[in-house]
Design a protein around this ligand. Structure first.
Ligand code: NAD
Ligand code: ZN
Length: 330
């Protein structure tokens, strides 16, 4: 039973057709928390009554990727093989007799869902599900992108492109890692107050400058930031983020999902001088191992992801939630 779910821009990419490998009709949603109602044969890690977080990145624990401690990409992931049907190639959803597809095996916009064991983790019974559901995607992704993927060092400088729930979580991660300077970038200035509250030291809108934002950032920092994060999902902002980090030791982390089929033209000289461009899925966490620990850290108040919550709506009003997302109000 899904008790609470967040809305991530990735769900909107699904609805818009920009997310790869989706079969329609589909029930999106991938940032959910719930309570196990029943388990199938052979399931050992959860039992009825357990509180769980569901996640869109499996951890089978057996494939060559899962056996590599440095990897958080399981070979059963959607980007290797579509998860629009469950592993047994069935769907458990129908509407008026017609089959509906699953999304990332979890479909958290349903009130009840059937999932394989490798996409859930039991969490502390004290965890408030309407708050910790964010740890299933948005918060974990942003915070982990800074801590695990970029491995931000104390005293460093960071630039975060895009201040949605994920970008704001990157800021929280950069701050927790001890970054000295965190420059937040968005075209929607309404996002600046929250970014500052969470740790941004400066906020800029690319629209306030005649020159490209990468030049602005290079001038602000002398030689570009140590770490840049693209958390929007467009080709232009990915190029800008890459060009904003230090020529030699700069690390650019691609968090945003650029619509499927988009090509990004990159001047190879940007990389020749030594820069690194890397992607991240769910912030590099091995989800089944890490999410319960992240929930414990939340309960110990090591971070406050509640500050990311702007609205709480009943599931029947989910389309209003999408309207708020598209209007830049969440
Ligand atoms: P969001 O839509 O809430 O936030 C995006 C922000 O970018 C908005 O504040 C918007 O005003 C800003 N923006 C848009 N165009 C801009 C531009 N040209 N310059 C500066 N700012 C601009 O999205 P979100 O839910 O925070 O997700 C961000 C991205 O991360 C999405 O692409 C999503 O699909 C992706 N994502 C990736 C992962 C992963 O595992 N890699 C996980 C979750 C989300
Ligand atoms: Zn695996």
């Amino acid at each position: 039973q899904i008790v609470a779910t967040g809305i991530c821009r990735t769900d909107d990419h699904v609805l818009e057709g920009g997310f790869p490998g989706i079969d329609f009709p589909v029930i999106p949603g991938h940032e959910g928390a719930g309570i196990v109602e029943s388990v199938g044969e052979g399931v050992t890690s959860v039992k009825p009554g357990d509180k769980v977080i569901l996640f869109g990145l499996p951890e089978c624990g057996e494939c060559s990727f899962c056996l590599n401690p440095d990897s958080n990409y399981c070979i059963k992931s959607h980007l290797s093989e579509s998860q629009c049907l469950l592993p047994d190639k069935t769907s458990r959803f129908t509407c008026k007799g017609k089959q509906i597809h699953h999304f990332l095996w979890i479909s958290t916009f349903a009130e009840y869902t059937v999932v394989p064991e490798c996409v859930v983790a039991k969490i502390d019974a004290a965890a408030p599900l309407d708050k910790v559901c964010l740890l299933g995607c948005g918060f974990a992704t942003g915070y982990g992108a800074a801590i695990n993927t970029a491995k931000v060092k104390p005293g460093s400088s960071c630039a975060v492109f895009g201040l949605g729930g994920v970008g704001l979580s990157v800021i929280m991660g950069c701050k927790a890692a001890g970054a000295a300077r965190i420059i937040a970038i968005d075209i929607n200035k309404d996002k600046f107050a929250k970014a500052k509250e969470l740790g941004a030291t400066e906020c800029i809108s690319p629209r306030d400058f005649k020159k490209p934002v990468q030049e602005v950032l290079t001038e602000m920092t002398g030689h570009g930031v140590d770490y840049s994060f693209e958390v929007i999902g467009t080709a232009d902002t990915l190029i800008a983020a890459l060009a904003s980090c230090n020529k030699n030791t700069g690390v650019c982390v691609m968090v945003g999902v650029v619509p499927a089929g988009t090509m990004v033209p990159i001047d190879p000289l940007l990389l020749l001088s030594g820069r690194t461009c890397k992607g991240t899925l769910l912030g590099g966490w091995r989800m089944r191992d890490s999410i319960p620990k992240l929930v414990s850290s939340y309960l110990e108040k090591k971070f406050n992801s509640d500050l990311l919550i702007t609205h709480t709506l009943p599931i029947a009003k989910i389309n209003e939630g999408f309207e708020l997302l598209r209007a830049g109000k969440r």
